[in-house]
Design a protein around this ligand. Structure first.
Ligand code: 4AD
Ligand code: MG
Length: 432
């Protein structure tokens, strides 16, 4: 790790040092207490926290006075010697020999017992908390693992625009933005651009934000979320499910390997999943939901309640495939053996989490796609470039989108997707 400023060590490096070794640390005051004339500051840096003990006689009195003024979340520099003490948290403490208050912090607004809305209003500060740091660290491991899996499995990383001219996932959730006298929208999904890019690279993926004007205030909806999407030329529905299965399996193993401390700190017992997720049809899923008393009939999309109920029946992620045509977007390929359903699949995470991945096989035939666009009351003029992909060397192809925050929510066991991202965007939240 780069060491900037006048630091010799990061906190995590202290545990292996010998008693008496001199160190300089930089960080923030995480906790403070005074006991029997001794001042204890718990210093936190990006790697951990350690207790620093200040005793007059060990350093000039004015330095101890300066340390006494260091409120919660002040930034500080400390020079001291390592002391092994079984009473100190972690068995190691630092005995201060010198001190500087770098950035004072008085009356830090976040106190124990602060309410949810208050913490969200102060998210720019709350991200320093143990809870948020652990969740965000798992998120970082998840995103890196997704990226690595794709790269190591022959996918090319690509990027798609954020301003777009037409809907992918239906007009109801489009954010409209003024665009030099015209209307533009924020992208709901990079799928169509990935579909174009498979003709260059065959297997492609992207990790970037998608936007949904969803007014639903649930624990799984954001208006801006991070979307890992992939598209594969020549792949059918089963091929797509195989890719998702392998990707999710890998990510869960990576998190358990690289972020087990963070999961532990979150009191989360999480076991990596093994490949071969059950694959049930939409028809079977509806039967399960109905048998558990959910009010749903064949033809309805699976709502939050149905997905929750179905996912509680499995202790591993489960694919639900072949939804009714009318419950899904126009681009899904109808099953040639059964025209009323489409070759799509959602992956439902266990523990009631529900959908974390949605995808399927796309219509590759020009006339069929035009027919579906018209059937849905959409304007083919808006989709000319997308239709071109069926005019010039069309191929069977499939793809999917994975909601990063939903995956992180499942892995960490947190109650709401908004905590799976540093600065969440919901219908009521644009600040901070
Ligand atoms: O199921 P969705 O809407 O599918 C698509 O957008 C496809 N075009 C993706 C593709 O095939 N390339 O969204 C995919 C995933 C969902 O399964 C969910 O995990 C996540 O994106 N997602 C959301 N996450 C948080 N907040 C929202 N409002 C979300 N909407 C979708
Ligand atoms: Mg979906």
């Amino acid at each position: 790790m780069w060491k900037f400023g006048s630091r010799t060590h990061f906190v995590k490096e202290l545990w292996s040092l010998d008693e008496g070794e001199e160190v300089s640390l930089q960080g923030w005051v995480y906790r403070r207490s005074e006991l029997g004339g001794l001042l204890f500051l718990r210093l936190r840096d990006s790697t951990g926290a350690v207790q620093v003990v200040f005793k007059e006689g060990n350093l000039p009195k004015e330095r101890v006075d300066e340390a006494r003024k260091a409120g919660i979340e002040s930034s500080i520099w400390v020079k001291g010697v390592v002391r092994r003490d079984p009473r100190a948290p972690g068995g190691v403490e630092v005995v201060a020999r010198d001190f500087r208050l770098i950035g004072p912090s008085e009356n830090y607004p976040i106190r124990p017992g602060a309410g949810e809305e208050f913490l969200l209003d102060n998210r720019h500060l709350h991200i320093r908390s143990t809870y948020m740091r652990n969740v965000l660290k798992v998120r970082e491991v998840v995103i890196s693992a997704v990226d690595r899996w794709f790269r190591e499995n022959g996918f090319v990383r690509v990027e798609a625009p954020t301003f777009v001219g037409a809907a992918v996932e239906g007009g109801a959730t489009l954010f409209e933005v003024p665009y030099f006298g015209r209307k533009a929208y924020l992208t709901q999904s990079s799928q169509f651009y990935l579909e174009a890019l498979i003709f260059a690279f065959e297997n492609v993926y992207t990790i970037q934000p998608s936007f949904r004007a969803e007014k639903s205030r649930t624990r799984r909806h954001l208006t801006e979320f991070w979307h890992a999407e992939a598209e594969m030329a020549w792949a059918d529905l089963d091929g797509m499910m195989d890719v998702v299965e392998s990707l999710i399996t890998y990510v869960t193993h990576e998190v358990v390997d690289k972020a087990s401390e963070n999961l532990k700190a979150l009191n989360r017992k999480f076991n990596p999943v093994e490949e071969r997720f059950p694959r049930i049809s939409y028809d079977e899923a509806v039967d399960i939901a109905q048998s558990k008393g959910v009010d749903i009939s064949w033809g309805d999309d699976l709502g939050t309640e149905a997905e929750r109920t179905i996912s509680l029946e499995f202790d591993v992620p489960v694919f639900v495939h072949r939804y009714p045509k009318e419950a899904k977007a126009f681009y899904h390929k109808p099953d040639p053996n059964r025209g009323e359903v489409v070759l799509c699949a959602d992956l439902l995470a266990p523990e009631g989490i529900g959908e974390i991945v949605g995808g399927g096989q796309r219509i590759e035939d020009l006339d069929e796609l035009l027919g579906r666009i018209r059937e849905e009351g959409l304007n083919p003029d808006d989709y000319q470039w997308y239709l071109d992909l069926r005019r010039y060397g069309s191929v069977p192809h499939s793809g999917f989108g994975l909601g990063v925050e939903r995956l992180v929510r499942w892995i960490t066991g947190i109650g709401h997707v908004r905590d799976a991202i540093a600065f969440p965007r919901t219908p009521t939240r644009l600040y901070p």
